[in-house]
Design a protein around this ligand. Structure first.
Ligand code: ATP
Ligand code: MG
Length: 429
């Protein structure tokens, strides 16, 4: 899509009576933030995912504000705010216990901001509302809600795309992907989350430009992978990645292993189905568990190899060595905080203990801080077709027995407290 230059852009103004966003669905605190910015004669709008989700009748994840006020002006207006971000400098404004993102309109970047292959290195040039709209990624993400009269401003045809269920890039998609290759993953994520299609012109360059993802810093890629698989639509996200053959760019060894072994694919599908279900039920999901599921195929293959070559004395030792190798290799693509790689490693290396037909020190195993995750993983393997159903059932029963035994010694309240604590730990984890 060829857009006119920002200074020729006139928005379609959709009045409140037409779009059906009810004010009652907008957080009262963010409305106060907007009102204070307006009171100080700045422009200010709700923008991005929240406007999109409100228009679709969904509950927004968070409410983001775009304003003509510069970060230091925002800072001066809100005593409970601080400036964050290097790539994007913006303000976090605290209201009650919530924090809202207030970002200054961004402008077109000078050519100097682009690195090799057209990638944007920084993006801190301020601009007008119109410029801010056209540097956003997709039309459905570039709608502005004006709380003064309840209207929605549409500079890029986002309203029509929302109605049609299309993810459409703003401007030339190839240029936009070169600026920021992560936008390819974002397209897949929004299509999965909203049940939309990536419009033809927008999807066409993805096949050729996918290799650019290899130039994205590995920590950012990990963040993006989490967003793909912890948004409640992980299975759909995986299908989207398959469609554009993007999995090999994120998890090369995994992609290779599931191609060769249908059981590996089954385990991944199961893990993602469970993740989606847990999120629908508002239960915690741990990135460490997802990492364990994604890399299980490669880890098991490596471990088998070590055993055959006689490089490890036990399966557990082989799994430990395989874990280190697989995690180090994966870190080049998506580098994760240590606590997640450590969790995945523990889950894998505990498997032989749980597979064992004559387990020793059952109480100690169950009391292990990673037991629950390792047990869930054993169940996952059983569900995915490994002959472990009987073992999983045995451990389910062993936990029941143990709870029963401790019941006589402790009050039920004590147990419940412990459970709650464990629950909170998982959430924090
Ligand atoms: P979600 O509901 O998942 O949070 P979102 O649309 O709010 O979706 P964010 O990542 O929170 O997505 O980004 C907020 C907004 O900032 C987007 O709607 C989009 O307008 C803009 N944006 C974010 N990342 C990019 C990017 N890489 N390139 C261009 N615009 C972006
Ligand atoms: Mg958002």
């Amino acid at each position: 899509m060829q857009l006119p230059s920002p200074d020729e852009l006139l928005p379609d103004v959709v009045p409140a009576s037409e779009h059906g966003i009810s004010r009652s669905r907008i957080d009262a605190k963010v409305r106060q933030i907007l009102a204070r910015l307006h009171g100080a004669a700045f422009e200010a709008y709700l923008v991005g995912g929240c406007v999109r989700d409100l228009l679709l009748g969904r509950a927004p994840k968070d409410f983001d504000v775009a304003t003509s006020a510069r970060p230091d002006e925002v800072r001066a207006l809100f005593p409970r705010s601080r400036l964050i971000g290097r790539r994007f400098r913006l303000a976090h404004v605290r209201a009650g216990r919530e924090v809202f993102e207030v970002a200054t309109f961004r402008g077109a970047h000078p050519a100097a901001a682009a690195g090799p292959a057209g990638m944007l290195l920084h993006d801190n040039v301020y601009g007008t509302r119109e410029e801010d709209a056209v540097r956003r990624d997709f039309t459905v993400n570039a709608l502005y809600y004006d709380d003064r009269d309840g209207s929605v401003l549409d500079f890029t045809g986002g309203m029509a795309d929302l109605r049609e269920g299309s993810i459409r890039a703003i401007g030339d998609p190839a240029v936009r992907y070169r600026e920021d290759p992560v936008r390819m993953l974002r397209a897949v994520r929004f299509a999965a989350k909203l049940g939309f299609r990536i419009e033809e012109v927008t999807e066409a360059p993805i096949f050729d430009l996918a290799p650019l993802l290899e130039g994205v810093p590995s920590a950012r890629l990990f963040e993006e992978v989490l967003k793909l698989f912890q948004n409640g639509h992980a299975q759909e996200s995986l299908r989207g990645l398959d469609r554009y053959d993007l999995l090999p760019r994120l998890y090369p060894e995994t992609a290779d292993s599931v191609r060769r072994d249908p059981r590996g694919r089954a385990l991944l599908e199961r893990a993602l189905a469970n993740t989606d279900r847990r999120i629908a039920e508002d239960l915690p999901v741990s990135p460490g568990f997802l990492v364990a599921a994604f890399l299980w195929g490669p880890v098991r293959n490596l471990a088998d190899g070590f055993r055959e070559e006689g490089r490890a004395r036990s399966r557990s030792e082989a799994l430990g060595a395989a874990a280190d190798e697989a995690l180090a290799l994966q870190a080049k693509r998506t580098s994760m905080p240590r606590r997640w790689s450590a969790m995945a490693r523990d889950i894998w290396t505990m498997q032989p203990r749980l597979e064992n037909r004559r387990p020793r020190r059952v109480d100690l195993t169950i009391a292990h801080p990673r037991f629950r995750a390792a047990y869930d993983f054993l169940c996952l393997r059983a569900e995915a077709g490994e002959p472990l159903g009987e073992r999983a059932a045995w451990w389910t029963e062993a936990q029941g027995d143990r709870e029963g035994a401790s019941d006589s010694a402790e009050t039920r309240g004590g147990r419940r407290r412990r459970r709650r604590r464990a629950h909170r730990r998982n959430r924090a984890a």
